[in-house]
Design a protein around this ligand. Structure first.
Ligand SMILES: [Zn+2]
Length: 295
């Protein structure tokens, strides 16, 4: 299992639209042709990948030098009142993490639950209690999985920045999936250079430098209203200040995976990657003096 990358790698969620075949293996090859370095496998309905396929995916990813991650099923709610739904949710997380160990995907992205009638603080405590046995099982199995509770975009969903940081501070094996689009949709802010830097500094203060050295990031344009997220948008149709976001990531020397989830998929993430390189060139020309340029 490869550890965290020593730089920021860009990729997409799901097999590229331009892949000749819909299989993960074909998707990895197509990502490499596109110059992308990461692929998030969208196991959002159900984890169905068997051991034989996982072994082929691992071999293909190693050959193509592709970092893999997994988005676990949407049907997880660790704040469910129904014991069966709770047990099923725990099993879905385990299933995703186990396939991750087989195919070499280290980061397992999780939507962990809903508030229902509970306060945010109470919900975090309940989710923590129900995630703990999952983490203990993974430890007993010597799993390499890093669980990535995602910042969620709807106000009914558990997963504001502070809640995700609280959970990750309390539990081993957990680091955030920082979804900048969701955070923006949730609050209508968090879309300027200063705000992006503040998010990163909060992460470092709460979780230590490892939080920035080993990031998992989702980006997209997004439509939002009073209840938060409505749907994802291509960058061209949205207000996502991606250049400022990338400048903040560069100025804080962030490392890890950036997964594009815009409906324009591989094309938008290539825009990001190009912008990232331009910012690097500017930094070299400017003697690295981009830090806090606008602050
Ligand atoms: Zn997600």
């Amino acid at each position: 299992m490869p550890g965290p990358p020593n730089r920021l790698l860009f990729g997409i969620s799901g097999v590229p639209e331009s892949s000749p075949k819909p299989s993960t293996e074909a998707g990895i090859v197509r990502c490499r042709e596109l110059g992308l370095d990461a692929l998030e496998m969208a196991m959002v309905q159900k984890v169905t990948m068997g051991a034989a396929t996982a072994a082929r995916v691992r071999a293909t990813a190693e050959r193509e030098d592709m970092a893999l991650s997994i988005h676990a099923p949407y049907y997880i709610n660790l704040n469910s009142r129904d014991p069966q739904k709770l047990a099923d949710s725990q099993q879905r997380i385990l299933a995703a993490a186990r396939v991750g160990d087989l195919c070499g995907a280290r980061n397992i992205v999780l939507h962990l639950g809903f508030y229902h009638d509970d306060t945010p603080v109470a919900t975090t405590a309940i989710i923590q209690r129900h995630l703990t046995p999952v983490i203990e099982t993974l430890a007993a199995e010597a799993s390499q999985a890093v669980l990535r509770p995602e910042i969620m975009g709807r106000v009914s969903q558990w997963g504001d920045l502070d809640e995700v940081l609280d959970l990750c501070a309390a539990l081993p094996r957990c680091l955030p999936c920082v979804d900048f689009a969701h955070l923006h949709a949730r609050h209508g802010r968090d879309n300027t250079y200063a705000e992006f830097v503040a998010i990163l500094d909060t992460m470092e203060r709460r979780l230590g430098r490892r939080a920035l050295d080993d990031m998992h990031i989702h980006v997209s344009g997004i439509a939002y209203g009073k209840k938060g997220e409505q749907h994802h948008l291509p960058f061209a149709d949205a207000d996502f200040a991606y250049r400022d976001c990338l400048r903040a990531l560069r100025d804080r020397d962030c490392k890890g995976l950036v997964i594009g989830e815009s409906p324009a998929r591989e094309w938008d993430v290539q825009v990001l990657q190009r912008t990232w390189r331009e910012l690097g060139d500017e930094a070299v020309i400017g003697g690295g003096a981009t830090v806090m340029r606008d602050a």
